[in-house]
Design a protein around this ligand. Structure first.
Ligand SMILES: Cc1cc2nc3c(=O)[nH]c(=O)nc-3n(C[C@H](O)[C@H](O)[C@H](O)COP(=O)(O)OP(=O)(O)OC[C@H]3O[C@@H](n4cnc5c(N)ncnc54)[C@H](O)[C@@H]3O)c2cc1C
Length: 150
């Protein structure tokens, strides 16, 4: 059993990869609502395509496309314009959609469930239990996950 702490983009993407890898996975999210963290909601095209979403799901969460970014600096430094390939997304919808996708694969996404120092998730499974945040796992079988694979 793998407990992923946090239903952000990293946690949900990792959960998807782990369940596809045959692991039993739970995601513990302390908030009741996904995506409550402030965010500019801009995401590079490649990053959006890395997520396990269908073409239609990607289109549903996309609000606009971005071709250029204007960078403004303090202290009189000159402005810069760089070309990028990205989109503006509705991040809450993106995370909700991602959560639905991982849930459809059998992952439990538990909202309002903070991971704390004294949390004892699934004690009976603790011989194989690993806690994951992003790509780093620790616990009894402590090791680092490379590119989200346990
Ligand atoms: C103001 C601001 C604007 C940004 N704008 C952009 C942008 O436009 N484009 C972009 O690509 N990036 C942006 N970022 C960065 C982006 O938000 C992060 O890179 C991204 O959210 C990281 O994803 P994550 O899944 O690692 O973590 P998070 O999105 O932070 O997700 C972590 C999750 O874990 C949960 N959690 C934390 N502790 C616990 C616990 N103990 N128990 C259970 N759950 C827990 C949190 O509630 C949260 O849902 C911005 C960041 C900020 C602060």
């Amino acid at each position: 059993m793998i407990v992923v702490v946090g239903a952000g983009l990293a946690g949900l993407t990792y959960a998807f990869k782990a369940v596809k890898n045959g692991e039993k996975v739970e995601v513990w999210e302390k908030s009741q609502v996904l995506g409550s963290k402030p965010c500019g909601e801009a995401i590079l095209y490649n990053a959006l395509h890395y997520l396990p979403l269908s073409e239609r799901e990607r289109a549903d969460v996309t609000l606009n496309s971005i071709k250029r970014v204007r960078l403004k600096f303090p202290n009189g430094l000159p402005e810069r314009v760089i070309n990028v390939s990205g989109v503006i997304v509705d991040k809450r919808r993106l995370l909700e959609t991602l959560a639905e996708v991982v849930e459809s694969e059998g992952v439990k996404v538990l909202r309002g469930k903070p991971f704390t120092r004294d949390a004892k998730p699934g004690r009976k499974h603790c011989r194989r239990l690993r806690f994951c945040k992003g790509h780093t796992c620790w616990g009894r079988n402590s090791r680092t996950c490379v590119k989200g694979l346990p």
